[in-house]
Design a protein around this ligand. Structure first.
Ligand code: SF4
Ligand code: SF4
Ligand code: SF4
Length: 359
C-alpha cells in the first residue's frame, strides 16, 4: 500500500506552533515596552496588547464563572476570557489540540525533549509505577484552582476580586515577578528546564493544570485519532513516536486525556488512512485529512478570539491614564492579593474603584 506523505503533516503543525510562538513573543515584547514606560513615568509609543491576558488563567477562570452566571464579559481582562473560551472550543473539537498547536510552552517543551534525545540518545522513561501518580498531580492542581475560585469563593467574592486593584495590574505584577525572580523561582524554573531535557514534557505531563483542563475537555471532542483494525499491520511505529507514550497500536480510538492530537502517530503510520483523525463511527466513516485537522484546530481558536475582538470585548476598560497612575503606585499594599481585595470591599475613594460595579 502507498506510503503516506509524512512531511506535510509534521511541518503544518510546526508552522502553526511557530506562528503562535512569534505572536506570543511579539505580545510579550510590546507589553514589556508598554509597562516599563509607564513604570518609568513615560508615555509608551505602543499600547497595551490585550493578548497578554492569556497569561492570567486564574483571572480568566473567574471571568468564565461570571460569564456562565449571566454577568456578561467582565471588562477588566476580557481578552483573557476570549483566549480561555478559544482554548475550550478547540479542545472540544479536536482533543487537547491547544497543547500541540498553540501553547508556546508546549513547543518549548518539545524542543527541550528533542535536545535531550540528541544529547542522550533518548529521553528517560519514568517507570510506570511512578508515572501514574505523577500524572495525577496536574489534576490535583486543577482541582485545587477550581475549588479555590469556584467553590470557596462566592459570586460576590469573585466580582470583588476581578474588580480589585490587584487584578487590574496582575499582568504587570507577573512581569515584575519574572523580571526580578527570587532564588526559589530561578531554582524551580531551572529544574523544570533541565528536567525537560531528560524527561520529555516534564511540566506538561505531570504538573500543568491547564493541560489537565484541556485533556478532560478533550474527552468530549468528536474528532479523535482512530485506528482502522482491518488495515493495521501491528508494526507499532505509531506507538514508538507518540510523545504521550500511549500504546496507539493497541487502541482503536485514542480517547486518553494525555493525547494532544499532535498526529505524530498518523505521520508515522505507513498505511494510508489506517491511522487518522475521524469523527465518531456513528456520525461518519470519513477521514479528516491531517492538514485539515491542523487548520481546523487553529481556526476554531482564531474564530472565538476574533468574535470577541469584533464584538468589542477584547480591550480592557481601564484607560491609559488609569494604568499610568496605578503603575506609579504599584508597590503599595493596595496591589497585593489581600490589600487589593480589602480595598475593593471597603468604601474606597471613587478613583480607586472600577467603573464596573459589582452586581
Ligand atoms: S500541558 Fe500546559 S504548558 Fe503544556 S502544552 Fe498544554 S497547556 Fe501548554
Ligand atoms: S496518540 Fe497520536 S495524536 Fe495522540 S499524542 Fe500520541 S502521537 Fe499524538
Ligand atoms: S503505525 Fe499504522 S499500521 Fe503500524 S501499528 Fe500503528 S496504526 Fe497499525
Amino acid at each position: 500500500m502507498a506510503r503516506r506523505e509524512r512531511f506535510p503533516i509534521v511541518r503544518a503543525r510546526r508552522w502553526v506552533q511557530v506562528a503562535f510562538l512569534v505572536v506570543v513573543v511579539a505580545i510579550g515584547a510590546q507589553f514589556t515596552h508598554w509597562a516599563l514606560a509607564l513604570l518609568a513615568g513615560r508615555q509608551p509609543a505602543l499600547g497595551r496588547p490585550g493578548g497578554v491576558e492569556g497569561f492570567l488563567p486564574i483571572s480568566a477562570l473567574m471571568s468564565l464563572r461570571l460569564w456562565l452566571a449571566g454577568d456578561g464579559v467582565h471588562p477588566i481582562h476580557p481578552a483573557g476570557l476570549a483566549i480561555l473560551l478559544g482554548v475550550v472550543a478547540m479542545s472540544l473539537v479536536l482533543a487537547k489540540s491547544f497543547c500541540s498547536h498553540v501553547c508556546p510552552v508546549g513547543l518549548l517543551s518539545e524542543w527541550l525533549g528533542r535536545l535531550g534525545q540528541r544529547l542522550l540518545g533518548s529521553n528517560l522513561a519514568v517507570p510506570r509505577w511512578l508515572d501514574w501518580p505523577l500524572r495525577a498531580l496536574k489534576f490535583l492542581l486543577l482541582g485545587f484552582f477550581v475549588w479555590a475560585t469556584w467553590v470557596v469563593m462566592d459570586l460576590p467574592g469573585t466580582r470583588a476580586f476581578l474588580d480589585s486593584p490587584y487584578n487590574k495590574v496582575a499582568d504587570v505584577k507577573m512581569l515584575l515577578f519574572f523580571a526580578e525572580p527570587s532564588r526559589l523561582t530561578i531554582a524551580v524554573l531551572g529544574v523544570l528546564v533541565v528536567g525537560s531535557i531528560f524527561v520529555r514534557d516534564l511540566w506538561c505531563r505531570y504538573l500543568c493544570p491547564y493541560g489537565a483542563l484541556v485533556g478532560l475537555l478533550g474527552r468530549f471532542a468528536p474528532l479523535k485519532v482512530t485506528r482502522d483494525q482491518a488495515t493495521c499491520t501491528d508494526c507499532a511505529k505509531c506507538t514508538k513516536v507518540c510523545p504521550a507514550r500511549l500504546p496507539v497500536h493497541r487502541l482503536v480510538r485514542v480517547a486518553s486525556v494525555e493525547c494532544t492530537s499532535c498526529q505524530d502517530c498518523v505521520a508515522a503510520c505507513p498505511i494510508k488512512d489506517c491511522l487518522a483523525v475521524r469523527p465518531p463511527r456513528w456520525a461518519s466513516s470519513r477521514v479528516v485529512r491531517p492538514i485539515r485537522a491542523v487548520a481546523l484546530a487553529a481556526l476554531v481558536w482564531v474564530a472565538v478570539a476574533g468574535a470577541f475582538r469584533v464584538s468589542g470585548h477584547w480591550r480592557s476598560e481601564i484607560g491609559q491614564d488609569e494604568f499610568a497612575r496605578r503603575l506609579q503606585e504599584i508597590d503599595s499594599p493596595l496591589y497585593t492579593h489581600v490589600g487589593g481585595l480589602a480595598a475593593s470591599e471597603s468604601p474606597t475613594p471613587p478613583e480607586l474603584r472600577s467603573s464596573h460595579a459589582p452586581r
